[in-house]
Design a protein around this ligand. Structure first.
Ligand SMILES: Nc1ncnc2c1ncn2[C@@H]1O[C@H](COP(=O)(O)OP(=O)(O)OP(=O)(O)O)[C@@H](O)[C@H]1O
Ligand SMILES: [Mg+2]
Length: 144
């Protein structure tokens, strides 16, 4: 088996360090490249943002998110010595992730079992559940 590209979905929630640990170990073992992916939910269309002069706020959010991804990248590079890229997508998280997987066809995708809403409700969060069910890419689901 060959693992060359691993997409890692991060939502910056409490499970993220665990997700990164799994992805880092897997990537090192297989000599794979990691892509750290975060989906920004811009709830307002660009035009409305501009009319309400909210675009600067969204630009700022994007900038902060880029910085947070860069920090995670540095951590992975120094801990595991793997190659890492970062990517920000827009839209509904599961749609954006599924489209991205479909377009880029990585060898593996790593998600947390839960995210920002935590573990109280159900077995899996809606993003991890949909990615596991609908994507043709193999999925690693990391639990707490
Ligand atoms: N915006 C996002 N960008 C990238 N990955 C995400 C995003 N949201 C969730 N994920 C991925 O999906 C995993 C599970 O999160 P999910 O959102 O499904 O659970 P939840 O927040 O507990 O519940 P829900 O969002 O369904 O109410 C996360 O650990 C992360 O890997
Ligand atoms: Mg969530």
């Amino acid at each position: 088996m060959e693992l060359r590209r691993i997409v890692v979905c991060v939502d910056f929630s409490a499970i993220t360090p665990k997700v990164l640990e799994w992805a880092g170990e897997e990537a090192r073992r297989f000599g794979a490249k990691v892509e750290l992916v975060h989906v920004l939910e811009e709830t307002m269309p660009r035009l409305a943002q501009e009319m309400l002069e909210l675009h600067t706020l969204y630009d700022k959010l994007r900038e902060v998110t880029e910085k947070r991804l860069e920090d995670l990248k540095e951590e992975l590079v120094s801990k595991y010595g793997v190659e890492v890229e970062t990517k920000i997508l827009n839209g509904e998280p599961f749609d954006a992730i599924l489209d991205y997987l479909d377009e880029t066809k990585p060898d593996l995708v790593v998600v947390g079992a839960h995210g920002k809403r935590g573990v109280k409700r159900i077995l899996l969060g809606s993003v991890s559940e949909k990615v596991a069910r609908k994507s043709s890419v193999n999925v690693t689901i990391v639990k707490y």
